[in-house]
Unconditional design. Sequence first.
Length: 141
Amino acid sequence: MFALDQRLQQDTLTLGDFPLCRLLLSNDSNYPWFILVPRIDAISEVFQLDVADQQVLWQETTTLAQLLNEGLGADKMNIGALGNVVSQLHVHVIVRRRDDAAWPAPVWGKHPARPYTPEQVTAIRAQLRDLLPADFIFTQD
């Protein structure tokens, strides 16, 4: 049974599900920072997924990145799967802008996280409803 890592639960807001991945929003309003987590138990590496799920993970990642790039006006999209702190397989998809708090440095540890307000989360969900494909299922607001 799929369970989200405790650290991801603590640091993110759940937005909903693609066919394979849960979509999370990092609770840091410094950056539009999204995280995809395959809903498969005990996976820490991409190569542990079967080939079909690897393809779905990459498709969901690239679809999300493209839609965010166009819809949120990115100057650069950062995509990465590190897992040094949280071993559960997850992919970061971060919208970078030249005027963001860390540009051009990496976002990790650059500035303290600024949690989203409820109003900001509502606005992000509204933006995503217009951007995400029909197979995306939103969690309850």
